[in-house]
Design a protein around this ligand. Sequence first.
Ligand code: SF4
Length: 176
Amino acid sequence: MPNGGSDCCGTCWFNTKNKGEAGYKHSRDPDPDFCQIRKIAIQNPFYTYCANHPHHMPGKVEIPVGSVYEGDSDGNRQVMVALPDTSENRFFHLLLLKEICKGLREEYPGGLPSSVIIIEQLAEWNEVDAISDLEIIAAIEVPLKESEFDPQTIAQTVSAANSALKKLKKINNSRS
Ligand code: SF4
């Protein structure tokens, strides 16, 4: 069992070894670990992560979202394979940002929520078209601790939106 988080390639339905199923059922199968949506071989499946994992995006999103991360048993994660900066990837992340504006949902607590990954990716790409939606997200009220909805996901998302806005507005102003 991994202790860096079960939101790993080892349990992901996009790992061809898992034959479309999420979970541990195929973990001892002899097939190689390979990500069918990112087209990469996975060397260390129980310590490799990304936002497309079913724990983070249960709607089976088949377009890569954010980078692939490698991690350790202390829960630290760092970028292993960055997502290519293409117009298609930017467009898709802007669409996902619009979905975040409609509302957040609770997510597996390991790693960063997909909402944060999406926001940070757009900021990394200096995508100033994200500004108006980021302003909506930054204005979301963070619920009190006793709320039924995980307040940490909202707090992390709002914080990411504010950081992204700071960067992107500066870029936008310098261009005008
Ligand atoms: S890289 Fe992401 S989508 Fe691919 S197998 Fe790993 S967790 Fe799943």
